[in-house]
Write a protein that binds this ligand. Structure first.
Ligand code: NDP
Length: 404
């Protein structure tokens, strides 16, 4: 069975579904998509048909409802469920997979809706159940997390005998022309950037206030950008699976206008996730804010520029020639992505890895029973497929470890 069921019909799902349809050799079975709003599934199916001539099936589902998802899985009978809905749905979808004997893949770790706290603990707890059921769940197969951890595994497999320092640098040099918009789901994006910062240093987490550490970095093909220290979920899995890591940090670029808008919105309470009473209704300020901001899915058409995401990794060289530092990264062009699949680079850089991970699970290159993060799996085939499917990467040796 090579049938796949994708849950969610947002920016990322659209890219993954287009790429699956463009690679029928990898996805020879049925391709189905189900999401909360059926019309969004149908719009993707129409675009896929127009661009590739392939037919994908569409269904409506509330993925928070485990019983409904079980019934949907029993109808579609996929080998693999690809979760491209929101992090809130992860646990319900994993439960539905366990009940129906279906493998699972996602791109973002579970987060309880009432608390902006990214932690793998909730999903790692399901390891034994997946193991006993002989099923595989692969977590975080987007770009970051996802490719950034596979880059680390690749450098550790071929260049270094261990990782001492890792800095993940996520630069979006794209310009969409709006005064303020987020380039993926605004609710998830704003929860992430307003959360307390954590990085790993000498065996423990070091915390600092959101957006309090800034460094300018000159990104290849983008130019100098301010990047901010942030917490990001792959830090937790990387220091767990590569316990030799002394320091792990994550940096993301933001322009001054973005920072000013988030600061004001935060100061006036619009980024809050506690319900407030408004004219007899309970509303969550951040969800209301999402409703008035530009839809990230519509930014593709107007976004110009490039993303540049990668890892700078320092450790002892495999061949015993002393400590070495490597920079491994991908550069992706917003306009080229839009021409190919009708989406901007942030959705593209997430949706393509999800497609590749799904293909590797279907053909058995990635196999195992239990819950896995991408750095635990063999990186080689995935790295070849990044080059073949639109996300080419390069690795360069730097003369010294990062000095920031
Ligand atoms: P969108 O908001 O564009 O899409 C989310 C989709 O999920 C929408 O179609 C939405 O439906 C659907 N959905 C939400 N709740 C439910 C539900 N209860 N039942 C069924 N469907 C539901 O998000 P993106 O496409 O930008 O992101 C998708 C995922 O990818 C997110 O988890 C995000 O965190 C992750 N991501 C990961 C990255 C990485 O590099 N690892 C980078 C960027 C994103 P509706 O349209 O009806 O609201």
């Amino acid at each position: 069975n090579k049938d796949v069921l994708v849950i969610g019909a947002g920016g990322v799902a659209s890219v993954t579904l287009h790429k699956m349809a463009m690679n029928r050799d990898l996805f020879p079975g049925r391709i189905a998509v189900a999401s909360r709003t059926l019309s969004k599934c149908e719009a993707i199916a129409e675009s896929v048909k127009a661009r590739t001539g392939q037919v994908i099936e569409t269904y409506q589902i509330d993925a928070d409802d485990v019983g409904a998802t079980v019934a949907l899985i029993e109808t579609v009978k996929p080998a693999l469920l690809v979760n491209l809905a929101l992090p809130y749905q992860d646990l319900a979808l994993m439960e539905a997979c366990l009940r129906t004997g279906v493998h699972y893949l996602d791109t973002a770790n579970y987060e309880p809706p009432e608390e902006a706290k990214f932690e793998y603990s909730h999903q790692w707890k399901l390891h034994e159940r997946f193991e006993k059921a002989g099923l595989m769940a692969t977590l975080g197969v987007g770009f970051d997390p996802g490719v950034t951890s596979i880059f680390a595994a690749y450098v550790r497999k071929h260049y270094l005998s261990g990782i001492r320092l890792i800095d993940i640098l996520d630069c979006n040099g794209g310009d969409h022309g709006h005064p303020f918009a987020t380039n993926f789901n605004p609710e998830i994006n704003i929860r992430e950037v307003t959360a307390e910062v954590k990085h790993w240093e000498n065996g423990g987490w070091v915390t600092s206030p959101a957006m309090s550490t800034m460094v300018e970095f000159d990104f290849d093909q983008v130019g100098p950008k301010n990047m901010y220290l942030m917490y990001h979920e792959e830090l937790e899995s990387l220091v767990t699976h590569f316990p030799e890591i002394e320091r792990a940090r994550f940096w993301m670029t933001f322009g001054d206008a973005y920072i000013q808008h988030v600061t004001v919105l935060q100061n006036v309470g619009m980024t809050g996730i506690e319900p407030v009473e408004y004219e007899g209704h309970q509303i969550i300020p951040l969800q209301f804010l999402k409703a008035v901001l530009p839809n990230p899915g519509d930014l593709g058409e107007r976004t110009k520029g490039k993303t540049n995401i990668g890892d700078i990794i320092t450790g002892p060289a495999k061949d015993g020639s002393g400590e070495k530092t490597y920079y491994i990264n991908n550069i992706c062009d917003h306009e080229e992505c839009f021409r190919e699949v009708g989406s901007q680079a942030v959705s593209y850089t997430t949706g393509v890895p999800a497609m590749i991970g799904a293909a590797l699970m279907l053909d058995g290159t990635w196999s195992g029973a239990g819950v896995f993060n991408t750095e635990q799996l063999d990186p080689d085939r995935f790295m070849e497929m990044l080059n073949a499917h639109g996300l080419p990467w390069k690795i360069t040796e730097l003369s010294a470890p990062v000095d920031f």
